[in-house]
Design a protein around this ligand. Structure first.
Ligand code: G4P
Length: 528
């Protein structure tokens, strides 16, 4: 048996993805409540903080010296050690949100039952699919008027291209939401409203029990019987293997706010999801149960404290055990080092950790040596994890320093901030660094950039928004971008590594480029 078998086996590390307002924070909070990590609903921040105006947000960042969006919440439940990765979704939606998904072993997709699949969910889902991790669906807000559950499933299948398997089925919706039918044990769980506290009064009744009709009322009872017949007749079989590959999503219905169906979801989900997965390196895979410690950096958080330009590097442990003060090798820097002040985030509190295992996330003090995707491991291992892709930014601006004498600071500042992964910088083909094109995933990053250049590097910038909406990397290394046949509003640019890219104002332009340049391969992610 591997040395850390038990610890690693009980770990479940997942991200919750959703469009803003679908109920991610509420669901997370209920999970923490079940795990005993918090005592009262309403104590998880996140949304409230994210709703602040930009200036407030900056203030918070400054005061705390670290982003208010915590990175991971760890708690224990039913013998499992659970790590929930936060995927900031409101104004602070950024490339970090995508990168966080690189650290997860599975994802929970929360969907608002009255709205169905929404934009941000689509984007995050795409990244999960790219990784092929299992995806679980929680259709939330069943206590409000909801769309027909069959229509919701159809939308998920058609729009996201994943098969669905309803694990439970809702009985009514809105004020008439009475509970869920568990398809596996053929039981109805009927709930009684309870103001959203932890203890929810639930009665379990067998589908064939004589009193079910009395509990549900004639109409809901009949609807349920019809739905069950339909599901049993037409639905796909549950297949764990297909779930593991991310091709079939188990679907649960419920209401996070009123606590209907949250605990049954958590219990089933924990059984169906996976313990820490093996991770690919440049030429092999690392087994999580390997006794050696290994981890990769997936996020770097700059400290907004002007006096100290220190940062926190967040690492996902991929194998073995981390112990405070242990010697590790930073592979990219080819340096042995001790990770100082390892921290773990517990809800909103930061704690120093003494030990952590594969599946866990730690944040370590970074004097400026780490880059996103870097590997840290036991010195005898010498492995290098596959890098983290660069994701397509969606907003673009041209920036230049106001004072031309500040060129050095401008170049240093933009390059460093880009290295942290908050922004991406591009140049005109053959252009220099006096004027650069900045691409960001979330518009707030523009403000952060401006603020940080001014405060940390003492450079003021001019910023001009650009009308581009889509960016694509040219995969063909042998193509001269100048020779491509493109629409007049398509722009040719390069990144700092010399890769060629195209900027488009609309999706039609992308299709035009593909249609008029035989063999052209455009990609939405750059594997670097
Ligand atoms: P997010 O993190 O995905 O952005 O969503 P969040 O949990 O913050 O929920 C967004 C809004 O939806 C909140 O209302 C929340 O109370 C509500 N909500 C979440 N789950 C449910 C549910 O199951 N049923 C119903 N009816 N509402 C739900 P808010 O008014 O915007 O905020 P608050 O003042 O209640 O905190």
């Amino acid at each position: 048996m591997a040395k850390y078998q038990n610890e690693i086996n009980k770990r479940r590390t997942f991200a919750i993805i959703s469009h803003p307002d679908a109920g991610k924070t509420t669901l997370t909070e209920k999970f923490l409540l079940y795990g005993g990590a918090i005592q009262l609903a309403g104590s998880v921040k996140g949304k409230k903080t994210a709703k602040h105006a930009v200036s407030d947000w900056m203030e918070i960042e400054k005061q705390r010296g670290i982003s208010v969006t915590s990175s991971v919440m760890q708690f224990n439940y039913d013998g499992y050690c659970i790590n929930i990765l936060d995927t900031p979704g409101h104004q602070d939606f950024s490339e970090d949100t995508y990168r966080t998904l690189m650290a997860a072993d599975s994802a929970v997709m929360v969907i608002d039952a009255s709205k169905g699949v929404e934009n941000q969910t689509r984007k995050l889902f795409k990244v999960c699919t790219m990784r092929g991790i299992p995806i679980f669906t929680f259709i939330n807000k069943m206590d409000r008027e909801a769309r027909n559950p069959f229509d919701l499933l159809e939308q998920i299948e058609e729009e996201l291209g994943i098969d669905t398997f309803p694990v439970n089925w809702p009985i009514g919706s809105g004020k008439e939401f009475k509970g869920v039918f568990n398809r596996q044990n053929r039981e109805v769980i009927a709930f009684t409203a309870n103001n959203g506290q932890r203890e929810v009064e639930a009665t379990e009744i067998d589908l064939n029990a004589g009193n079910l009709k009395d509990v549900l009322g004639d109409e809901l009872y009949q609807n349920l019987m019809d739905d069950v017949e339909l599901l049993d007749g037409a639905g796909a079989e549950f297949d764990q293997e297909t779930v593991n590959k991310g091709k079939l999503t188990p679907v649960f219905f419920g209401s996070a706010l009123t606590n209907f169906g949250v605990e049954p979801f958590l219990e089933d989900f924990l059984k169906m999801t996976t313990s820490p997965l093996a991770r690919s390196t440049k030429d092999d895979v690392v087994d999580p149960f390997d006794d050696n410690f290994s981890a990769f950096v997936f996020k770097i958080q700059a400290n907004m404290n002007k006096a100290h330009r220190d940062r926190i590097a967040f690492m996902r442990i991929c194998s073995g055990k981390f112990e405070k003060g242990m010697d590790v090798l930073h592979v990219q820097g080819n340096k042995k080092m001790k990770l100082s002040q390892p921290q773990q985030m517990m809800a909103q509190e930061r704690e120093i950790v003494d030990e952590a295992y594969a599946g866990d996330i730690i944040g370590v003090f970074d004097p400026g040596i780490f880059s996103i995707g870097d590997t840290v491991c036991s010195p005898n291992m010498k492995i290098e994890f596959e890098g983290i892709p660069t994701f397509a930014p969606e907003h673009f601006a041209r920036i230049a320093q106001k004072d031309t004498l500040k060129r050095k600071q401008f170049v240093k500042g933009t390059s460093q901030i880009a290295q942290e992964g908050a922004i991406q910088i591009f140049q005109e083909l053959g252009g220099g660094m006096e004027e650069v094109i900045v691409g960001v995933v979330g518009v707030l990053q523009f403000e952060v950039l401006e603020y940080r250049l001014k405060n940390e590097y003492n450079v003021e910038i001019r910023r001009e928004g650009l009308p581009y909406q889509f960016i694509r990397w040219i995969e063909n290394k042998d193509i001269d971008p100048k020779k491509l046949n493109l629409t007049s509003d398509t722009k040719r640019i390069q990144d700092l590594k010399g890769n060629h890219l195209l900027l488009f104002t609309n999706s039609w332009g992308i299709q035009w480029a593909l249609d008029h340049n035989e063999g052209l391969i455009l990609s939405e992610f750059s594997k670097n």
